[in-house]
Write a new protein. Structure first.
Length: 407
């Protein structure tokens, strides 16, 4: 029976990702933007009623997927997606394989709505309008919000609404604490979430037969990231960003996964395409991941960075290139070993990159687990000893937990 379910997951998963790969080939990446006060020279059309399906390829906007954004000294960055239907509800812990499979199938088939006029407003009254692109995305940049408290909550809100409709949503926007000593950039698959991306069959099984409540984080990652956020003094709020080649279709699942497992939230920067076959077959093109990291380095020139990835994809090569491009800005690079009990080609490739960056004097380590990251971070002054002990306790507890139950 298990073999039948696995075959069904692989077959339907392949059909889903293949079909969506074709549908995403004509993605228009840039939404047209209109700032307040520019209506006289705007290229936006007169806003139709949002329910007018003839204006939106037969689809009416019904839901805004409001992604977490961030604000720097220069701008506030907000991104979202307009859909014709809300994403499926999160499954229960005891979801069956069939319900898990159906939920994921529905998620990858959600209909986006192109050409929708969106207005985004910040707390200080600043507004900006944009049209969604061919895949339903909008991205806007606004000036930084004035008058935010320098202490307290790291998050504030931006409100998005489909013009001419009551469809609306709230974006959570990360404010960088002025006392932040460094930022953390982390991959997700096989760095935070056990994904087995290098084995597309295993990845398809995890994705389509399990759900967000039954999948597990790597041991100790929640405490490790909480400790890195607090820094050596325990009083700072270092910003955390998740940068991944996963598709935006999985955004709400990843957000829920972080929440369920008490892993610190941060903006997720994913791929602006629907899922394609390369997602399960280790697509070689990770350009979007590199571009998003470079964007963060430019957006926050005052910050140095800790980069965390894994041996299974191109993280080592990307992070090494970043260290070369931005000398003096990378404090440490940690690459989790996806098969720590084996000597593999993944290890060989990462070790070659580590040798390459040696002259940069940037610590770059292939590590076994969260313990190893915490110990090294303490040795270079990024964590206090007490936090290393907290990470070790969590790693031991989670490694001794019962194995994941098959749905």
């Amino acid at each position: 029976m298990n073999r039948i379910w696995k075959t069904l997951a692989l077959g339907l998963g392949g059909l889903a990702v293949g079909w969506l790969a074709l549908s995403s080939a004509t993605t228009a990446r840039d939404a047209r933007v209109l700032r307040s006060g520019e209506r006289g020279n705007a290229s936006l059309p007169q806003h139709p009623a949002a329910s007018d399906r003839s204006r939106h390829n037969g689809k009416a906007p019904a839901y805004i997927a409001a992604f977490r954004g961030f604000s720097s000294a220069d701008s506030t960055e907000v991104m979202g997606r307009v859909l014709a239907d809300p994403p499926p509800a999160l499954p229960d812990t005891d979801g069956t394989r069939w319900s898990n499979l159906k939920e994921q199938w529905d998620r990858f088939q959600n209909d986006h709505v192109a050409g929708v006029a969106i207005e985004v407003e910040l707390d200080d009254g600043q507004r900006v309008q944009a049209l969604t692109d061919a895949q339903g995305y909008y991205r806007v940049s606004l000036p930084p919000v004035a008058g935010l408290p320098t202490e307290g909550s790291l998050w504030f809100e931006a409100r998005a609404q489909v013009i001419g409709s009551d469809v609306h949503a709230v974006h959570e926007i990360l404010r960088i604490d002025p006392k932040a000593r460094y930022g953390i950039i982390s991959d997700i698959d096989d760095t935070v979430l056990d994904s087995k991306v290098v084995d597309w069959r295993a990845a398809a099984e995890l994705t389509f037969l399990h759900n967000v409540r039954t999948r597990k984080p790597l041991p100790g990652v929640a405490q490790l990231y909480r400790s890195l956020q607090q820094g050596p003094s325990g009083a700072t709020a270092n910003p955390l960003f998740y940068v991944s080649s996963s598709p935006w279709n999985l955004y709400d699942l990843l957000e829920a996964f972080l929440e369920i497992n008490q892993i610190p939230h941060g903006p997720l920067l994913l791929r602006e395409i629907d899922i394609g076959l390369g997602y399960f077959r280790q697509a070689r093109n990770h350009g979007s991941k590199r571009d998003n990291i470079v964007r963060l380095f430019h957006q926050f020139p005052e910050l140095s960075w800790v980069l965390v990835g894994d041996t299974g994809q191109a993280d080592a090569q990307i992070y090494a290139g970043i260290a070369e491009e931005f000398p003096g800005r990378v404090l440490a690079i940690y690459i989790r070993d996806i098969d720590p009990d084996l000597s593999s080609a993944f290890d060989f490739n990462v070790d070659a990159v580590i040798h390459r960056v040696g002259p940069l004097k940037v610590p770059m380590l292939r590590v076994r687990d969260s313990d190893a990251i915490a110990e090294h971070a303490r040795s270079i002054g990024l964590l206090p000893q007490v936090e290393v002990a907290e990470v070790a306790t969590e790693v031991a507890r989670e490694k001794s937990a019962p194995p994941q139950v098959e749905p």
